[in-house]
Design a protein around this ligand. Structure first.
Ligand code: ZN
Length: 217
């Protein structure tokens, strides 16, 4: 039976300045099965996070910050389908990343088989190659693949930032408990999309570049 607990206070930071050259934006599992009507493991709140993630993506691309997409990928007989309904079958519509957040040709897509995007993948290799200090993690599901990927990054001593409006869970409890864990256990930074500043050395130049991009649509 459900019972009420209070979420211990964690800070939601008002402004987070990050070095664009040493930050990587990780967009987790924004695939049709999780995000779109008709998906086999739909997270109802996920579609509503697309504009926030889009904003992070635009900001990162403009600032020259590397972007990584993770793509949950399963094949016949995968034991994850004993835990969850069949989802993210390789090659299927549900497996594809949503059109609104389609990766560019030059952006890394990590096909992952478990919640943790580091497990059995090349992710850490590339983060090290790029001299990464901070990973900004967004996408879905907050307490599953976002959480285990952020946790795994923190265990490797990357700084972790999660903009809470750019992630989603099946239940508000799951979302809050996962953010509290990231803040409390990993000294992660919880913030909002609008507070993330990928500032170049000259913040004025960055700002005018952003304004210019907004004008050009
Ligand atoms: Zn899966």
């Amino acid at each position: 039976m459900a019972h009420t607990v209070e979420v211990p206070q964690y800070e939601v930071r008002g402004e987070v300045r990050l070095d664009p050259a040493r930050t990587v934006l990780v967009v987790v599992d924004m695939q049709n099965d999780f995000v779109k009507e008709g998906g086999s493991l739909l997270v109802p709140d996920a579609e509503g996070t697309i504009p926030a993630i889009r904003g992070l993506l635009d900001g990162a691309r403009l600032a020259g910050t590397k972007v990584v997409f993770t793509q949950d990928t399963h094949t016949e007989g995968d034991p994850e389908w004993d835990i969850w309904p069949e989802h993210a079958r390789e090659g299927s519509w549900g497996w594809k990343i949503v059109d609104e957040l389609a990766p560019r040709e030059d952006e890394l897509v990590i096909r992952k088989v478990r919640y943790d995007a580091f497990y059995g993948t090349h992710l850490d290799h590339f983060l090290r190659l790029w001299n990464t200090k901070t990973v900004v993690v967004c996408g879905t599901v907050a307490n599953i693949c976002v959480h285990y990927t952020a946790a795994s990054a923190a265990l490797r001593w990357y700084d972790v930032v999660i903009p809470k409006d750019a992630t989603s869970a099946l239940d508000p409890f799951d979302l809050e408990s996962s953010l509290r864990q990231t803040a409390f256990l990993f000294n992660g930074t919880i913030t909002t999309t609008g507070a993330v500043r990928l500032e170049e050395e000259n913040p004025e130049a960055y700002r005018s570049k952003m304004e210019e991009a907004a004008r050009d649509g």
